[in-house]
Ligand binder design. Structure first.
Ligand code: TRP
Length: 460
């Protein structure tokens, strides 16, 4: 174990690099692709408000908990939880959260990489100038044609998977830092350019109204669960990804400050992406609830009608692909770290085996948009892609997050937790215990129960 610590302590040399890595994990397709389309499908404003509340009340405490558990356990999530259970004489059964996380990560990566593959194809498509001057219907059709071709989608999914395996095999730090340090501010600037297009083309005001005027009559119980699940997804929580990164954090790094920085960065980027995309939607009379294709049916329209649009549009998708890559790397980290610890295979071998298995599973998601479009899960009417997406986001991540909050709130000795958080004042300690021990788990639990009852009632 001491060897592991020595080997790992050189991972992030300071807290800035850790924040970059964790922000690289958090900011990804969840912000730019997923958040806008689920906000659109769930009616906008009220959904966005619930999502923000979930980030504050559930996401932030769970993120602090994950970083703390990683720092305390100094190993892969499975091993970290085992180490902690042994040190504090608690049940080693809590390591089930780690195993569940490995499985969840595997499921997420398989469909995440498929969407990242779409993004990769769009880098070339935009650079080629194909969309110069194109109107919304041409762009929409072009996306439909692409998805209808399984070989093409499979090709780009495979490209993304190979690149991910390559970086995972080489180890985490190198490249990651560089990538995040430059690409995140660049994504930010390009989103501002898109918003500028919206102001010019006339969809900006409507977009702001859509996202920030809550209409609670549009809010369904399922939307609350989706917002909750998305708070976990977008902050990379509930499966040990941030815990695995936390294992490499130097002791002096403050859990509180890093948590807030990451959460704020992630939220700002998601909101900017939302404003930019809905401005394009409203400027062109498109439907806000277009679903997973929304990003690909809107952004090319804007760049197609901006000067230098082919270049900036290509750059935009390139940056989104890099953001997806830094996220994909983190999704695989709990599994890679766990199997590396067991010492039988090299990191590269593990990356190839896990990546290969993910690729096989991902083929199901590739086909969900064409050959298997009509193959649906009975009862729920979900395609293969939908099923993986929903089972992870609506069940596995919230469940993992709930258990993580319970571990930190009730299982670990309180003084250990306070020391990690640097909390000295009793009142603040009480507030923290109350939030992570009661508010967070209860909130997750209630949303689960309400949704479960609703499901049962609707299918009766
Ligand atoms: N948060 C990333 C995004 O928004 C995706 C991601 C990375 C993730 N690591 C994760 C999602 C762990 C869930 C769990 O794109």
């Amino acid at each position: 174990m001491s060897e592991q610590v020595a080997e790992r302590s050189d991972m992030w040399s300071n807290s800035f690099i850790f924040v970059l890595a964790a922000a690289g994990s958090a900011v990804g397709l969840g912000n730019i692709w997923k958040f806008p389309y689920i906000a659109g499908e769930n009616g906008g404003g009220a959904f966005v408000l619930v999502y923000l509340i979930c980030i504050a009340v559930i996401g932030i405490p769970v993120m602090a908990s994950e970083i703390m558990l990683g720092k305390l356990g100094r190993a892969s999530p499975i091993q970290a939880l085992l180490n902690l259970a042994r040190t504090h004489k608690r049940s080693t059964g809590w390591s089930c959260v780690g195993y569940m996380g490995v499985l969840t990560g595997f499921l997420i990566l398989s469909f995440y990489a498929v969407v990242a593959g779409w993004v990769c194809y769009y880098i070339l498509r935009l650079f080629s100038g194909e969309f110069s001057g194109a109107d919304a219907s041409t762009v929409g059709e072009a996306f439909g044609d692409f998805l209808a071709d399984p070989l093409q989608v499979l090709l780009w999914f495979s490209v993304f998977m190979v690149v991910t395996i390559f970086f995972v095999a080489r180890g985490v730090t190198r490249g990651l830092e560089l990538c995040v340090r430059y690409s995140m501010p660049a994504v930010f600037v390009l989103l501002l350019i898109l918003i500028g297009y919206g102001i010019h083309a006339g969809g900006f005001v409507e977009s702001m109204a859509f996202l920030f005027t809550p209409d609670f009559s549009a809010l369904t119980p399922q939307a609350i669960l989706i917002a909750l699940g998305h708070a976990f997804f977008t902050l990379s929580l509930g499966m040990g990804a941030i815990m695995a990164y936390g294992a490499y954090v130097p002791d002096e790094v403050s859990v509180g400050t890093t948590t807030f920085t990451i959460a704020i960065l992630d939220t700002v980027l998601a909101l900017l992406a939302g404003v930019a995309i809905f401005a394009i939607v409203f400027a062109n009379g498109l439907a806000p609830d277009a679903g997973p294709g929304l990003l690909f049916e809107t952004v090319p329209v804007a760049f197609g009608n901006l000067p230098g649009g082919a270049f900036f549009g290509g750059l935009f998708f390139l940056l989104v692909a890099l953001a997806a890559l830094t996220s994909a790397i983190s999704i695989s980290e709990p599994a890679i770290a766990y199997f590396s610890e067991r010492g039988k295979l090299s990191r590269a071998q593990i990356a190839v085996v896990i990546g290969g298995a993910c690729w096989v599973l991902g083929v199901g998601s590739v086909l969900s948009f064409n050959a298997w479009a009509d193959v649906k899960l009975p009862f729920f009417d979900w395609t293969f892609f939908d099923s993986l997406d929903k089972i992870t986001q609506l069940i596995l991540l919230p469940l993992g997050g709930l258990l993580i909050a319970v571990i930190v709130g009730h299982v670990l000795p309180k003084h250990v937790v306070y020391e990690q958080l640097g909390l000295e004042q009793t009142q603040i300690q009480q507030v923290w215990t109350y939030i992570v021990g009661y508010v967070t788990p209860t909130a997750v639990f209630c949303v689960f129960i309400i949704e479960a009852i609703r499901e049962i009632l609707t299918h009766m």
